[in-house]
Design a binder for this molecule. Structure first.
Ligand code: G3P
Length: 217
């Protein structure tokens, strides 16, 4: 499973990149607003921090303007992945962009039928929002399982990019289902390393080691 950082915060992306666990970055207009940075500038900076895809989202709602925005965004760097909403205009834009080799992430996916359309439009990634699905009384993981099944039935190559990830269980369950990518706040990804028994084990080993009076270096 690939891990993308779902943030536009440079420091947090750098920290995760330094672990060697970072495979890409996703942003959206809310995350750009939260960063307080200029969209084009911060996107360029993020593209320099990873070789993986960096999703940058269009804000237009109609296909012709989405195409114009996408033109500008994909000129930022080779690893820009254009993010479009799961609407008919977004799907048209997806089809046009992927047709000439541009990576596209179709976002705001809340149903398996929507994900089917994204795959048919040639999306590189589809982003089902599991946290927001849960928030609204549905089970985000049922959605991931349905999409996995449909994509496998037809051997679609669109990658399932689990988004709106809020906690470790979202990542665990998505990995068990076989989702391709999880995008999450870096602290959620870093937190996967934590276990109380790991901490306790280290403490016990170090106590016994100190008692030997030896040193490795
Ligand atoms: O990847 C989409 C994500 O940023 C949305 O997350 O927590 O706002 O639902 P959230």
């Amino acid at each position: 499973m690939k891990f993308f950082a779902d943030t536009a915060e440079i420091v947090a992306i750098k920290e995760l990149a330094a672990t060697g666990l970072l495979d890409g970055v996703t942003t959206n207009p809310s995350l750009i607003a939260k960063s307080g940075r200029d969209f084009m500038e911060v996107t360029k900076e993020i593209c320099g921090l990873t070789d993986g895809p960096v999703s940058a989202e269009v804000v237009a709602l109609d296909h012709p303007t989405m195409m114009k925005e996408a033109e500008k965004l994909r000129a930022i760097a080779d690893n820009v992945c254009i993010k479009v909403p799961l609407t008919i205009d977004g799907l048209k834009t997806c089809k046009a962009l992927t047709g000439d080799g541009t990576m596209v992430n179709v976002t705001l996916c809340f149903s398996a039928n929507q994900a089917l359309l994204a795959a048919k439009a040639g999306a590189t990634f589809v982003s089902p929002f599991v946290g927001r699905h849960d928030d609204n009384g549905f089970d985000g993981m049922d959605l991931i399982a349905d999409i996995r099944r449909i994509y496998d039935n037809y051997a679609f190559s669109t990658e399932i990019l689990v988004a709106s990830v809020r906690h470790a269980t979202h990542i665990l369950e998505s990995a068990k289902i076989g989702a391709d990518v999880a995008t999450a706040p870096p602290k959620v990804i870093m937190g996967l390393a934590n276990h109380v028994l790991t901490d306790k084990g280290i403490e016990g080993f170090l106590k016994d080691w100190e008692a030997t009076g030896q040193s490795i270096l």
